[in-house]
Design a protein. Sequence first.
Length: 185
Amino acid sequence: MPLTVHELETLQAEHPDYRMELVGGEVKIMSPSGYEADEVSTELAAQIRNWVRPRQLGRVTGSSAGFILPNADTRAPDVSFVKAERLRRSPRSFAELAPDLMVEVKSPTDKLTKLRSKIQDFLALGTQVGILIDPDARCIEVYRTGDEAIILGDGDRLTVPDLLPGWEVAVADLWPLVFEEDTPV
C-alpha cells in the first residue's frame, strides 16, 4: 500500500537523522552526500541566494527542503529556487509545487543515470531548469524541457537568464578550494 505525505512526515519526525523522499508511494532513504558534493551545492546555493535575495526574485533552499510535487511524490533537490510570485510565503512544512530550478550534485555513491532521471521527473512536473553537477568530471549539465543538455566545463560560465536575469558564475568557482601546505622558510 503506498504511503502518503503525512506518513512520510511522521516517519521523518521519528527518524530525524535520515533524509527521506517519497517516490511512487515508497519511502527512499537518502544517504548523506559526500563532503565535496555538499560543499559544491552549498557554494552554488550561496551564489544564487546572494543574487536572488537583494532583488527579491524568490526563494533558495538546500537539500533539506522538500517539495510535494503534482504527482504526490515528495522530493528534495540539493539546491532549489522558486520564483517569488509562485511562493509568496515560506511554508512551515513541504512546498506544494515543483521548484522553478532544481540542482543535483553527484556524490560518490550516486549514479548519473538516477540523477538525470530525477531531473527529468522534475522537468515533467513543471520545473523549468534542472542542473546536474558532477564534481568528478568537473562539468555541469543544464536541462530544459524538450531541449538537449547543455554541457559546461571549467572555462564556461553558468547562467540561467530565464529565471535569474543577469546572474552568472564561473564553473571553476564552484569547485572546492585546495589549501596548500605552507612551505617552511
